[in-house]
Structures are given as C-alpha cells and as structure tokens.
Design a protein around this ligand. Structure first.
Ligand code: ADP
Ligand code: GN1
Ligand code: MG
Length: 361
C-alpha cells in the first residue's frame, strides 16, 4: 500500500488490516513491529463523499488542535480525548497517492472501543454526554474559518430534491421496487423544511456541529465505560445542534440493525430516547437555547427521514455512496429509517413531553 510509506510510524509496519464499520471512508489499522508495538488508524478519505480532502483536513486539524487546547486546559488527557492528525513525512496533513486517493493517519486510541448498538442505556447515555460535551467544547470555535466539506449536507429539502431526480432518472430500473418508499418521502415534503425555515427565521442558531453523531463515532473507555473521544470529524462544520441530537437518536434509540430486513423488529425505544435526551443536555452544559431544546424532537425526526432519503437515493443510483455488502442493503436501510419516522410521528406528543421534562430537571 503506497500510502504506508508516506507516514513515519516510528517503526516498520508489521500488519495492516481493515478496521471498523464506517459506511464512507476506507479505514485500516496499522500495527508496527515489536518491541514497542504501536498502532495507527490509516484512512482513505472517500472521494465519493468528499471532493476537497484538503478542506476536510484543514477543518479536522483546526478542530482537533482547538479541542486539544481545551482538554489540556481542563486537565484532561489530550492524547485520548481528542484525535490528533499524524503529519506525513513531508509535514502535510494528508497524502495524495498516485491514483488520486487522499490518505490520513491518527494515533490509535487504545483501551477504547466503538459500539454499533446501544447495548445498555448507560452506554447510550455516555454517548449523549460525549456528543453534548463536544458541542460545548466547540462553542467558541470560529465557524467562519471552516469549509463546508459536503455542501448542503443536512439540507433535508435538497436531499428530497435529489431523491426526486434519482427516481425520475431511475438509471437501474429500481424505482418500481421502492414505489412505496419513494411515496413515503414525497408525502413529507413540508417536513423537510421545518428546521431550515427555523434557521432562516433566526430561531435556531448556526453552531459548529459534528453532523454524523452515530454511536460508532464515539470511542468508549474500556475501564470506565465513559465516552472518551468523539471521532469521525470529516463533517464537522457549521450546522444545527438539533441535528447532532437527532442523528444519535436515529441510529441508537432502537434495538434493530440500521439495515434490518424484518420491519416488524423496528421501533423507537422511547426509554432510550429519554436517556439520551437527558445525557445530551447534561453534556451541552446549558449552552442550548430554549428554541433549540424545543426543536430537539424535530432533529430526531428529520435526521431519520433525511437518512432514509439518502439511502433510498443511493439505492436508486446503484449504491455508489454508502458501502454495501449485499444487494438491497440500502433499500433495507431506507425502510428501517422510514419505519422509525412513522413511529416518531405516532409518538410525537410523548417525545415532546420527554424533552420538556428533561430540560426542566
Ligand atoms: P468512517 O468515516 O468510515 O465511519 P471512522 O473515522 O468513523 O470512519 O472510523 C471507523 C472506525 O475506526 C471507528 O468506528 C472506530 O472503531 C475506529 N477508529 C477510528 N479512529 C480511531 C482512533 N484514532 N483510534 C481507535 N479507533 C479508531
Ligand atoms: C455515514 O461515515 P459513517 O459511517 O460514520 C454518513 C452519515 C450517515 C451514516 C449512516 C460523510 O457515516 O451521514 O448518517 O453513514 N457519513 C457521510 O449510517 O456521509
Ligand atoms: Mg464513522
């Protein structure tokens, strides 16, 4: 692997293996030869997702250095609580290989793991505190210096427009298999603009947000169980706090796989919703405005709807964006999201009451 030679890992690499379950980047774990075996994460940044790896890395370096300072100032362990970009041998933030692939590396955070489902309420709460804290730590970050690494990333109305275009073009003749799902999304056209309109009216402030807050983007300390480090920072950019809350709920407040085939197993776990809400609010340490708190349920509903729309669009376009390992996987993912949306709609008053009660505590 050409990229290996671009970084100084302190010793020759003994082993390189695929790592993690990310849907977008290609992640590897590099182990160096003993004695003093070290580990690193080596990643090829997805070119389907990110057109400007230079801008991605400028954001990631800016944010990790800023977080590092804050963590040090608070007496924390900088090497575990924030990612650190390993520079290339020539001092750059990433390496471009001869095929145009962009590679970056991070020291591996040891004795910590990511999880793909909220096995216990405590684990889910720990992720909420970690993402809330992430938001709080970045409260003073100069948003105007950041690049928009994926334009209109959480513009749900734009995502719906892209679904419409994909359904109309139907390049693989798949639209017939998912007419019900396409209709489900189109029926919710008005919802798609709820958060964007609140933003335009000035009700919701723009903050520096993570934008991809699924459970596997937190590393948990294997000893304490606490969320030690928020990772996967490619989409950190100006956005809405409610979306960071919402994407965590989408992924974690249930007991099914994201690509569950049996929709009878898919339902929102209101208890987990409640646990996450309290923990996230605790982590944010009071920085959220009353309007942001009021819109939290919308964050959950919209991130789930949007993600379903994105999976469905990718299914129609031939699975070119999200990694898949079986046919129909993106369609199953879309169906799961839409079942969760339906559940959130049915329990809307309950969710709003839970958020109000958590905010009052
Ligand atoms: P993707 O964007 O494809 O989701 P991530 O950056 O989330 O890629 O990395 C994929 C997985 O690799 C994570 O879920 C986590 O398990 C692991 N990982 C990433 N960075 C580190 C790190 N610095 N230390 C330990 N594990 C990591
Ligand atoms: C992708 O990279 P990963 O697997 O953490 C995607 C998210 C989706 C998620 C769905 C840059 O996240 O937006 O919500 O898959 N990331 C990007 O699981 O598109
Ligand atoms: Mg990830």
């Amino acid at each position: 692997m050409e990229a290996l030679g671009a970084f100084d890992f302190g010793a020759p690499a003994a082993d390189v293996s695929r790592f993690g379950r990310g849907h977008v980047n290609d992640t590897f774990c590099v182990r160096t030869l003993p004695p003093g075996e070290e580990r690193f994460i080596l990643q090829r940044i997805s070119s389907a997702a990110f057109k400007r790896p230079d801008q991605v890395m400028a954001n990631v370096i800016g944010v990790t250095e800023y977080l590092g300072e804050k963590i040090r100032a608070a007496g924390g362990d900088r090497s575990r609580e924030a990612l650190e970009v390993l520079r290339t041998r020539s001092g750059a933030g990433y390496y471009s290989d001869s095929r145009g692939g962009a590679w970056r590396a991070f020291p591996f955070i040891r004795n910590a793991h990511s999880f793909h489902s909220a096995r216990t309420p405590e684990l889910f709460a720990a992720s909420g505190r970690a993402f809330g804290r992430f938001q709080r730590l970045l409260d003073g970050y100069p948003a105007e210096t950041m690049y928009e690494t994926i334009p209109r990333f959480h513009d749900t109305a734009d995502r719906l427009a892209k679904l419409k275009a994909a359904a109309a073009a139907d390049p693989l003749g798949r639209a017939g298999d998912c007419a019900a799902e396409i209709a489900f999304a189109f029926e919710r056209e008005e919802d798609c603009s709820v958060a964007l309109d609140a933003r335009r009216r000035g009700e919701l402030p723009l903050r520096v947000t993570h934008n991809d807050t699924k459970l596997d983007n937190v590393l948990f300390d294997e000893r304490t169980g606490e969320g030690v480090c928020v990772i996967d920072l490619d989409t950190v950019m100006p956005g809405l706090a409610i979306n960071d809350f919402g994407d965590s709920i989408r992924f974690g407040a249930n007991h099914c796989a994201e690509d569950e085939r049996d929709q009878s197993k898919v339902r929102l776990d209101v208890e987990l919703f409640s646990v996450y809400t309290s923990a996230f609010l605790e982590g944010t340490g009071g920085i959220l405005t009353p309007a942001e708190i009021g819109y939290l349920p919308w964050g959950a509903r919209l991130m789930t709807l949007e993600c379903g729309i994105r999976f469905l669009t990718d299914y129609l376009e031939g699975d070119v964006y999200f990694h898949t390992d079986r046919p129909g996987q993106n369609l199953d993912r879309a169906r799961t999201q839409f079942t969760l949306v339906r559940d959130m709609e049915a329990r809307w008053e309950e969710l709003s009451a839970i958020v109000r009660a958590a905010a009052d505590r």
